[in-house]
Design a protein around this ligand. Structure first.
Ligand SMILES: [Zn+2]
Length: 119
């Protein structure tokens, strides 16, 4: 089995290279189920669309599913998740990931969250 070494600070580079993608090709953010814009905002305990006002408690689960499809991997770090869903709070990200994941590999700042198969 081949081991892919990655810099801790980098985003999953293997798949990005495969599709000749850069981070700029991706539009991070959670999309709205109602009007499909990307950029649904996180409120205290739900996501709220700034355009149509649609609310969702688990809109980030669809984003995680997209993440799995794009990067072909089941693990995500707090920083990657925050970048991917456009979230600033590390604490909120941790709570959402902890609820969504089957396992957390705790390594302080570099904790990895293992996602269930969302496909
Ligand atoms: Zn909307």
């Amino acid at each position: 089995m081949k081991t892919i070494k990655q810099k801790r600070s980098s985003y999953p580079s293997s798949v990005m290279n495969k599709f000749k993608l850069t981070k700029d090709d991706l539009l991070p953010g959670v999309s709205c189920l109602g009007c499909h814009i990307i950029g649904v905002e996180r409120r205290r305990d739900h996501w709220c669309c700034p355009k149509c006002g649609a609310k969702s408690r688990n809109a980030h689960m669809r984003a995680l599913k997209d993440y799995q499809l794009i990067f072909c991997r089941n693990e995500i770090t707090n920083a990657e998740f925050r970048w991917f869903v456009g979230l600033e709070s590390r604490k909120v990200a941790h709570k959402l990931l902890r609820d969504a994941c089957v396992k957390v590999i705790a390594r302080g700042k570099y904790s990895k969250y293992i996602l269930p198969d969302l496909g």
